[in-house]
Design a protein around this ligand. Structure first.
Ligand SMILES: Cc1ncc(COP(=O)(O)O)c(C=O)c1O
Length: 380
């Protein structure tokens, strides 16, 4: 058996007619950059997230960057995030001219540890003679793998110290925290529609959600060269527009997202059942406060590189999200953070194995994968 890590083709074939109709409409309207199909998707995604505004942009990286810029993050500022994330979270901070400051993650959830966040801010506050100038400006909790961070304490701490919260919901379309949709709890929520995401475009795309009209209008300006109206530029912006084809594709796919997320949850449930109690393997834990949407189904295992290679030989294609925490990437060597700085993030990153996960995964594929994991991790 050969099991892909991700199978975009099967999903495409299941919605081929709808997609081709939608693409033809964009062609007939020659609405290629921004335009009505993006506006329509923005309206639908805002409704889906139960939020007032959605601003479609070119990627999840753009979404994070624009949200920070619109919040006034700039040179000399610090923004807090986690080391176990895709590097884009930190890059967005750096591209504002600001510096990422990391907080370790929780060993059960792999998300920002609110206690460590509080410790960091307490110590910064104690050190600072002029707190408003020396304190970090914003916090980006990342809803890693499709499970939200523990938002209530994070929001409370942010409020106490006067920091904005930008959710990195790039992996968490449709995830819930105590019934609230991911991306709606902070000042802004940032989504990626990279093709492999739970809601994936057929190219690059992203969006920011917010209930703040002023923030939304700033982001709309920045994504379009700072234009207030055509060729009148109120601020220095950028080209971060979503293209029309992506808007049209995303509108089609959004209708299927609840069913696809449900299928991912069922797949995760079966994996959990088959792998539970297996010595040396830790399965993901859905917290009481969360509705996990399993963008990634990551187990933890010792000697994981060996396990991944052997699973590959058996036809099970796995991934690692992510092998090197951001603070240990060469790109961030200038921060001077050494191994041991964030022990939990480093430990879990060295053990993660992402098993095949997508909505169309069959029971047979899950059972085969679980059998192979069992066979390859058993001591005998
Ligand atoms: C957690 C996280 N943040 C940010 C991004 C960046 O999104 P994009 O690839 O659409 O720029 C991604 C996507 O890979 C992500 O997973």
């Amino acid at each position: 058996m050969n099991i892909p890590f991700l199978d975009l083709k099967t999903q495409y074939l299941s919605i081929k007619d709808e997609i081709q109709d939608a693409l033809n409409k964009v062609l007939d309207n020659t609405a290629f950059a921004g335009g009505p199909f993006v506006a329509q998707f923005e309206k639908e995604f805002a409704e889906f997230c139960q939020v007032e505004h959605c601003v479609g942009v070119g990627s999840g990286t753009d979404a994070l960057w624009l949200a920070l810029l619109a919040l006034g993050v700039g040179p000399g500022d610090e923004v807090i995030t986690v080391p176990d994330t895709f590097i884009a979270t930190a890059e967005a901070i750096s591209y504002c001219g600001a510096t990422p400051v990391f907080v370790d993650v929780d060993e059960k959830t792999y998300n920002m540890d609110p206690n460590k966040l509080e410790d960091l801010l307490k110590s910064r506050h104690a050190l600072s003679s002029t707190p408003s100038e020396r304190m970090p400006k914003a916090i980006i909790p990342v809803h890693l793998f499709g499970q939200t961070a523990d938002m209530d304490p994070i929001l409370e701490i942010a409020k106490k110290y006067g920091l904005s919260v930008v959710e990195d919901a790039c992996q968490a379309h449709g995830a819930l925290y105590k019934g609230k949709p991911a991306g709606t709890m902070g000042a802004a929520g940032c989504f990626s529609f990279y093709p492999g995401k739970n809601l994936g475009a057929y190219g690059e795309a992203g969006a920011v959600t917010t209930n703040n009209a002023e923030l939304a209008s700033k982001m709309r300006m920045i994504r379009d060269h700072g234009q207030e109206k055509k060729y009148y530029h109120g601020c220095i912006g950028w080209n971060a527009r979503m293209d029309g084809f992506q808007g049209a594709v995303l509108s089609v796919k959004l209708k299927h997202l609840p069913a696809w997320n449900e299928a991912r949850r069922k797949n995760a449930e079966l994996y959990n059942k088959l792998l539970s109690g297996l010595e040396g393997v830790i399965t993901p834990k859905e917290m009481d406060y969360a509705r996990h949407v399993y963008h990634i189904y990551a187990i933890r295992a010792q000697k994981r590189d060996d396990l991944i290679a052997k699973l590959g030989e058996k036809g099970v294609n796995c991934g690692i999200h992510y092998p090197v925490p951001v603070h240990l990437q060469n790109a961030y060597a200038s921060l001077g953070l050494k191994a041991g700085s964030f022990p939990v993030a480093e430990k879990v990153a060295s053990e993660f194995v992402s098993l095949p996960m997508f909505a169309e995964l069959t029971e047979e594929q899950i059972r085969y994968t679980a059998d192979m994991v069992k066979a390859l991790t058993s001591k005998s």
